[in-house]
Each structure stands twice: as C-alpha cells, then as structure tokens.
Design a protein around this ligand. Sequence first.
Ligand code: SAH
Ligand code: SF4
Ligand code: F3S
Length: 481
Amino acid sequence: MNNTDLEKSKVIDESRQGEALILGENSNNSGKKLYIESYGCAMNFSDSEVVASILAKDGFQTTTNFEDADVILLNTCSIRENAEVRVRKRLHDFKKQKKSQPELVVGILGCMAERLKQNLLDEEKLVDIVAGPDSYRDLPNLIEEVGTGQKAVNVLLSREETYADISPVRLDKGGVSAFVSITRGCDNMCSFCVVPFTRGRERSRDPQTIIEECKNLFEAGYREVTLLGQNVDSYRFNMTSKGEIKEENLPTTNFAQLMAMVAEVNPLLRVRFSTSHPKDLTDDFLEVMAKYQNICPYIHLPVQSGSTEVLHKMNRGYTREWYLERIAAIKKFIPDATISTDIIAGFCGETEEQHNETKSLMEEVKFDFAYMYTYSERPKTLAERKYEDDIPEATKSRRLTEIIDIQRQNSLLSNQKQLGQIQEVLVEGISKKSELEMAGRNPYNSKVVFPKGNAKPGDYVMVKILTCTSATLIGEIISQV
Ligand code: SAH
Ligand code: SF4
Ligand code: F3S
C-alpha cells in the first residue's frame, strides 16, 4: 500500500444519523493494519479520527476490510440498550478470524468501554482491550501490552484531556465536510442520560487549536466544519465548570465568540454546530449566527418532551414555555432558520396528557426534522435510581408512532415550503441512487439531489428546487457559484 491509497472506514450512528461509509486517506507505509468502526454520535466518529491519528504515528494504516486487520477497534455507544446490543452482535462476526489469526487484537473503545470497564473482558472473551474516551493516547501501549499476552484496560476519565494538539486523520466522505470537536464530556446530568458517566466532566478545547484545525481543513479543500460538543452553548475556554477563571493571563472565550472566530476563517467555509441546549442558547449567540452568512441557519435544539412536569423529572433545566420562547428568539434573529429536535417517548411516569403535550408542541413548532426514540432505561442514571420505568413497551411504541406520524407531516411541509426556491448547495459527491446525479446540502441542512452537470465535490452551486420527498429535495443546477 502506498500513502495515496484511499481507505474506507465505517461510521454507524445509533443516536442520530443513518449508516454511512466514510473515506479516509492514509499517511504511512508500515505493514500494520487498523480497522475501526464507529457507533453512536458524531463525537465518536470524530474520536475515531483522533484514534487513527494516534495509531498512524505508531505505524498503523487504516483498512476497510476487517479480514486484513491486525487490530480491530469498535468505538461504541451506550445511549440506549439497543446500541450496546448491536455492538455485542457485531463482535460475533470477528470470532472466526480470531480463531484463524490468534494474534489479532480486538478492542472496545468509547462509551461502552467506559460504562462496563473490566466486566467487558469477562463478558466478551474475544475482547483484548477496553479503552475509555479519555485514554486514546495510551492505545499504542495497550496494544503492546496485548502483544505480551495480557488483556489491557484503561478507563480513566480526565478533567483536562481534549486531544487539542492531535491532528485527526480524516476518515470522512470525500474531503468536503469535517467534524471539529470543541468540548468533551457533559455536566448536565439529564436524568435519562448515560453520557455524563461515559464521557466525564465537561471541558473546552483551546480556541487557537480549533481555529488552526479549521484553517488547515479549508486549505486542504474542505468547505464545511461542524463544531461538536454535547452542549456547545456551554463552551467556555479558561473557565472551570463552576465559572472560575483557571489562569489569569489567558483570555476567556465563550461559544458566541468562538463561532465568530471560526466564521472569519473564510467566508467560503460553512460553519455548523451540534448540539445546542435550550437552557444555554443565548441571544448573543443568535446575534452572531445572524451576522455571518457562512454560519448555516440551522439549529438542532433537543426538546425531549413538551410537558413541563416531564422536563422537570428529566432534569433538563427548562420548561415548555422557556423552550417555546427560545424558538421565538431563533425566529426573531434568523427568520429563515430551520430547527430540528430530539424527542423521547414514554419516559418514566409519562401520562397520556403529558404525551399529548409533546404532540401539541410538535404541532406548534413544526420542526423541520426530528430524531425520536422510546425511553430506554440506563444503569446508574438518576432516572434509574429515582423513577420506575413503568410505561409498557407497547405504549411507548404507540406513542413513538404517533409522534413520528406528526413529524412526517411536518418534514414534508418543511420540504414543500422550499419548492421553487433557488438555493446554494455545497456539493458532497455522487448521489447514492444514481451515478448521473450529485448530492449535497443546502444551508438549512436538507439533502439536495440534482443532475450532475459539471459539479464536483466541494463546489457551491445554485440549485432550483423542483420536487421533494419527505427526506430529500430534488432540483437542477441554475448556475455555478
Ligand atoms: N447532548 C445532547 C444529546 C446526546 S444523546 C443533548 O443534550 O441533546 C442524543 C439523544 O438521545 C438525546 O437528545 C435523547 O433524545 C436521546 N436519549 C438519550 N438518552 C436516552 C435514553 N435513555 N433513552 C432514549 N433516548 C435517549
Ligand atoms: Fe445527556 Fe443531557 Fe448531557 Fe445531552 S445535555 S449529553 S442529554 S446529560
Ligand atoms: Fe453514544 Fe457516547 Fe455519543 S453514549 S451518543 S457515543 S457520547
């Protein structure tokens, strides 16, 4: 293999996106091969790029074929029980190979590793390495330890680690859009959520390293960055989570200021961000968002429930009214903004009336897009300790179906509103369905498909929207930007 070979790596998103095949470029000629598969949220995918970078320095090349690999790593998710079940099933696929290639190293990274720790080694005999999200710098040592015939575990969480100095090996699709991590961990303690236990305390990354990474991406041809954190609005560099300044001589940067800095890297670089938390979304930030053309007018603002009582039990830190006021603020500052959300059906004790409040909130806000789930109890969370998971599965599913039905209508409505518009689309690549069509995204984050003409990945084209399904806009190129 040479250093221009393009390799594929997989990302499987349990929390939000569908399955995607990702391309990445390799940077060394050594014989050792790494296969890495990511589950869960974008943070995990972004972490896999950090892992690929750390192991590239240790002589590893990525491969898309696990049968070629010397080391197989699964970067796992614990958000719902299903996410963990998928990973355990996937492990079975590697059994045959481990038999015929006993020196094969299999490692579990990410949230399942952090949650289950040493127990994973006892439960899954195939696994050699268990490494939590803050221990990736240690992976070369852990792999070496396995080479001496031992199993290796590092699940220490850190208050400092942000991997700020590591330049991720991009494992993405075609070099147009990249994730840039800006915070790690979460201090919110929503009662249903396992993330604070698997990712540890919230910490913000040095803004200079973020800007540097975005500049490098732009120079390498990327035209879109998505700034990532569990709660991007609480980004605060040089502050402890209690709001105390860490070092007097370092400037403090908040999320609004960071966004402005990233937007100024280049007007041709689109800037996105995920996830915003309703309790922390400030007018200052919305003002910055409205000011810069290249900050995409799209906000993902998870509501979880339309009932103030349920929100209180979820420990979300806001009411229905507060949420609706934040939606009104978004519309005031950015009238054309699209808004998506996350909703959980059947949380502990949720009554039919409370479920109806979620439905009425959906009717009122008319989200452009939503990710919807049934509640899945997670060990150690506040909800597990304090409340009974008492809504029967059949009721949870029925409620989920009802909210999905409302959302289907709303998504269709959202796409129909865009018919006839001429929109700037950033071209990402060939469409999945046809070689003759390209696919890209408009600023609102909708997928747009159109006959390819002369468009190449990374180009901006003006597309007239002609028809739509509930998931995709279909149009034709009017002009190249
Ligand atoms: N930090 C993000 C969420 C990360 S998890 C935020 O605050 O929005 C992504 C989504 O998974 C959550 O918004 C929630 O809707 C869902 N989720 C989290 N824990 C869950 C659980 N125990 N059961 C069902 N859905 C859950
Ligand atoms: Fe979980 Fe809440 Fe943190 Fe999101 S904000 S990661 S839902 S604890
Ligand atoms: Fe899953 Fe961990 Fe992300 S639990 S959603 S991979 S932070």
